[in-house]
Design a protein around this ligand. Structure first.
Ligand code: ADP
Length: 263
C-alpha cells in the first residue's frame, strides 16, 4: 500500500520501539480503513453502472426501432423508469451513509411505547401487512429517537421484504431492555449470517434485485446501533424466519435519568 511502516522489531522492549509498534498498528488500521473505502467506492460505482447500462441499451433500441414498434416503446420506457428509480434509491442510501458520520446524537430519556407505536402505525399504513406490537411493561431508555426510528424502519422493512406473513415486534426487559423484530419468511442461510452486516452483501443477488435491495440496509443498521450503543443480534432459520434483537446496553429508571446519571 501507500503507507510506510517503521522498521521496528516487535520484541524490542525500549519505549521508542514500543511507540514504533503502536505507530505501525495505527498505520495498519488506516490501511484497512483505506482499503474498505476503496472497496466501497468500487462497489457503489458498479451498482450504479448496472442500471445505467440497461437505460442506455433501451435508449439505443428506442432510437433505432421505437417509432415502428409500440410494444418495444412501452417495454423500453418501463425499464428506463424502473432502473432510474433504482438508481435514485441507491443514491439516496449512499448519501445517507455519507451524512451519517456527521450526525449529531440527541440523547433523551424516552418512553419506548409511543415510539414503537408510531413506527408500527406508519408501517401498517404503508404496506398491506399485519405489523403487530407487544409491549410487556413501560420501558424507559436513553436514546436518540430519530436514529432509533431509522434503525427500526430498516429492520421492519427487511422483515417485510423477505417474508409474506405478519411481522411481530416485541419489547421487554429481561435484565436489559430489548426490542425483537420477528418475521416468518425465507430466513438466512447459516453461512451467510456472519456477512449480512457487510456493505453491499446480499444473500441472493437475483432475488434481491426483484425486491430492490442493495445490501446496504443492515450495514447502516449496524452503524446506527453502534452510535446508539445498542447490540444487534440476528437469529435465523431458513424457510422459518428471522429474528433481529436490539439490546440496550444500559438500564435506566426514571429517577436515575432525572438526576442525570447513566446506568
Ligand atoms: P438489502 O437492502 O438487500 O435487503 P440488507 O443489508 O438489509 O440489504 O440485508 C442484507 C441481506 O441479508 C439481504 O440481501 C437479505 O438476503 C438478507 N436479509 C436481511 N434481512 C432479512 C430477513 N429479515 N429475512 C431474510 N433475509 C434477510
Amino acid at each position: 500500500g501507500s503507507f510506510e511502516k517503521l522498521p521496528v522489531a516487535r520484541e524490542s522492549r525500549d519505549e521508542l520501539s514500543q511507540m514504533g509498534v503502536t505507530f505501525n498498528e495505527m498505520i495498519g488500521l488506516l490501511e484497512e480503513n483505506y482499503r474498505k473505502q476503496e472497496e466501497f467506492v468500487s462497489n457503489a460505482s458498479h451498482e450504479l453502472k448496472t442500471p445505467l447500462t440497461v437505460i442506455s441499451s433501451y435508449a439505443d433500441l428506442l432510437q433505432r426501432r421505437g417509432a415502428q414498434d409500440p410494444a418495444l416503446q412501452e417495454e423500453a420506457l418501463t425499464a428506463i423508469r424502473t432502473e432510474t428509480e433504482r438508481m435514485r434509491q441507491l443514491i439516496e442510501q449512499l448519501l445517507h451513509i455519507a451524512r451519517r458520520s456527521q450526525a449529531q446524537m440527541d440523547w433523551q430519556k424516552t418512553d419506548l411505547e409511543p415510539v414503537l407505536k408510531q413506527v408500527m402505525t406508519a408501517m401498517n399504513a404503508s404496506y398491506d401487512r399485519d405489523f403487530r406490537l407487544q409491549l410487556q411493561q413501560p420501558l424507559i431508555v436513553e436514546t436518540d429517537v430519530q436514529q432509533l426510528k431509522q434503525l427500526l424502519y430498516i429492520l421492519l422493512d427487511n422483515a417485510r421484504k423477505y417474508s409474506e406473513d405478519s411481522i411481530d415486534m416485541e419489547a421487554g426487559n429481561n435484565g436489559a431492555v430489548y426490542i425483537k423484530i420477528r418475521d416468518y419468511g425465507v430466513g438466512i442461510p447459516k453461512e451467510s449470517l456472519p456477512h449480512v452486516f457487510e456493505r453491499f452483501y446480499r444473500v441472493d443477488k437475483a432475488r434481491s434485485r426483484e425486491t430492490g435491495g442493495f445490501g446496504l440496509g443492515l450495514s447502516l443498521a449496524k452503524e446506527l446501533a453502534d452510535s446508539l450503543h445498542l447490540r444487534l443480534e440476528i437469529d435465523s432459520i431458513e424457510q422459518l424466519g428471522t429474528t433481529v434483537t436490539i439490546v440496550f446496553s444500559g438500564n435506566f429508571n426514571v429517577e436515575e435519568l432525572q438526576s442525570g446519571q447513566e446506568g
